[in-house]
Write a protein of this length. Structure first.
Length: 92
């Protein structure tokens, strides 16, 4: 018996998916760097150099990149909906 899911490409990615993935990776790198730079405060050791603090800024950059990917996906979905609506002759 066949599955009721329509057959399609296995790796079908929408516009903006790459930005969301890249943003998630940047966010995770920044989050780990933030945890590493805060650890000396609790452990009583010497603080890390300024570069470690700059790497922790990737957390915000990743958030912005992922947000741009979401907005790009929304825009592509709206364009697709308008195209379908125009093709059907605006039946509403």
């Amino acid at each position: 018996m066949r599955s009721e899911t329509p057959a399609g490409p296995a790796h079908d990615s929408a516009p903006g998916d790459g930005l969301v993935r890249a943003g998630a990776i940047l966010f995770l790198v920044g989050a780990v760097a933030t945890l590493v730079t805060v650890a000396p405060l609790f452990l009583g050791t010497d603080p890390f150099p300024t570069v470690a603090y700059l790497v922790s800024m990737l957390m915000g950059v990743g958030f912005l990149v992922a947000g741009a990917g979401v907005l790009r996906s929304i825009a592509a979905g709206r364009r697709r909906a308008r195209a379908v609506q125009a093709a059907t002759g605006r039946s509403r």
